[in-house]
Design a protein around this ligand. Structure first.
Ligand SMILES: Cc1cc2nc3c(=O)[nH]c(=O)nc-3n(C[C@H](O)[C@H](O)[C@H](O)COP(=O)(O)O)c2cc1C
Length: 282
C-alpha cells in the first residue's frame, strides 16, 4: 500500500467516526497526509513528561502568527505562563481542570486592539471606530491564531487543550498577566506530548452545518436526533449534568447535554470586564 492509499484510508476512517458519513477519498487528492492530521484532530488532557524544546515552541508561535489577520492588523498576543505560581493562581480561578497544571506548557492567547489605538494616537490620527467591531475583530484574530497554533502543534506530534475558562474570572487573569486596556484573554492553551492516542469526537453531520445558497434548518430536528443517537452509541457521556434538577434522561445525547450546560448562568460578568478594558460594545 502506498502512503497516499494509507492517508486516504485514514481520512476516510476519521470522517466516518466524526460525521457518520462514508466519504470516498481519492488517493490522488493532494496533501492527504495534512488532511488526515486535521481529520484526526482531538483535544488532549494528559501528557507525558517529555519537555518541549524552546526552539520548537518558538517555531510554533511563528507558524501560528502567520495566520490571516483582519486588515493585517495583527491583533493577537500569546503569553507563555512560565512561573508555576502564576499558573497556579490562574488555575485557582477555574474549577476541576487539573490538566492545566499538568501540561508541560501553558499559554494564554489574547485579543489585542490596543496597538491599533496606540498607533493612531502616536501618528496623530482620529479613531472614529469605537464600536463592537473592534472587540469582535480582535477576538476572531485570536481564535484563528490559536487554531493555527493547534494545527502546527499537532503536525509535530503535540496535543493541546484550549481553556475558555480563563474568562470565568477574566479580571483576575488580566491582573495576573498585567493585561492593559484593550487587551483581553481569549483562551488558555495546554500543550504537551500526548499520553494517549487520538479519540475522535463525533460532530453534527455536514447537512446540519453546510448550506447551499441559503441558510436552512428544516431538517435540523431529525439530524439532531440522529446525531444524538450516533454519538450516544460511539461515545456516551460518562455522567448526566444535574439529574436532581433535570432528571435522568433515557437517551442522554449531545443536545441534552448542551441544553443542560447552558441552563446554568456562566461568565455573566464578561461583558462588564470587556467594557472595563475600554471597549464599546454598541
Ligand atoms: C475556544 C475553545 C475553548 C475551550 N475551552 C475548554 C476548556 O475550558 N476546558 C476544556 O477541557 N476544553 C476546552 N475546549 C475543548 C473542547 O471541549 C473540545 O474542542 C470539544 O469538546 C471537542 O473535542 P475535540 O477538540 O477533541 O474534537 C475548548 C475549545 C475551544 C475551541
Amino acid at each position: 500500500m502506498t502512503s497516499e492509499d494509507d492517508a486516504a484510508k485514514r481520512v476516510s476512517a476519521a470522517m466516518e467516526k466524526r460525521f457518520g458519513e462514508r466519504m470516498v477519498i481519492d488517493p490522488a487528492t493532494p496533501a492527504l497526509e495534512e488532511l488526515a492530521r486535521m481529520a484526526e484532530h482531538c483535544s488532549h488532557r494528559k501528557w507525558t513528561d517529555r519537555p518541549l524544546d524552546p526552539g520548537l515552541l518558538r517555531l510554533l508561535f511563528a507558524c501560528a502568527l502567520s495566520a490571516p489577520s483582519k486588515s493585517d492588523l495583527q491583533q493577537t498576543d500569546i503569553i507563555q505562563v512560565i512561573d508555576p505560581s502564576k499558573r497556579q493562581a490562574i488555575v485557582d480561578t477555574i474549577e476541576d481542570m487539573d490538566w492545566i497544571m499538568q501540561a508541560p506548557v501553558f499559554l494564554v492567547f489574547c485579543g489585542n486592539n490596543r496597538r491599533l489605538r496606540l498607533i493612531g494616537r502616536w501618528r496623530g490620527k482620529p479613531f472614529p471606530n469605537d464600536h463592537l467591531d473592534q472587540f469582535f475583530n480582535a477576538a476572531c484574530d485570536a481564535a484563528m491564531i490559536m487554531s493555527q497554533f493547534i494545527r502546527a502543534a499537532e503536525a509535530v506530534g503535540l496535543g493541546c487543550c484550549p481553556i475558555s475558562h480563563v474568562r470565568n474570572h477574566a479580571a483576575k487573569v488580566a491582573e495576573l498577566l498585567a493585561l492593559p486596556d484593550w487587551v483581553f484573554p481569549f483562551a488558555g492553551l495546554c500543550v504537551g506530548y500526548p499520553a494517549r492516542g487520538n479519540r475522535i469526537t463525533p460532530r453534527l453531520p455536514l447537512e446540519a452545518s453546510v448550506h447551499a445558497d441559503q441558510y436552512d434548518e428544516t431538517r435540523l430536528p431529525e439530524l439532531l436526533d440522529a446525531y444524538d443517537r450516533r454519538r450516544h452509541e460511539v461515545q456516551p457521556y460518562g455522567k448526566q449534568r444535574d439529574p436532581a434538577r433535570f432528571g435522568t434522561a433515557e437517551l442522554y445525547g449531545w443536545s441534552e447535554d448542551k441544553a443542560r450546560q447552558y441552563a446554568v448562568p456562566e461568565r455573566q460578568s464578561f461583558g462588564q470586564f470587556v467594557r472595563a478594558k475600554g471597549f464599546c460594545l454598541d
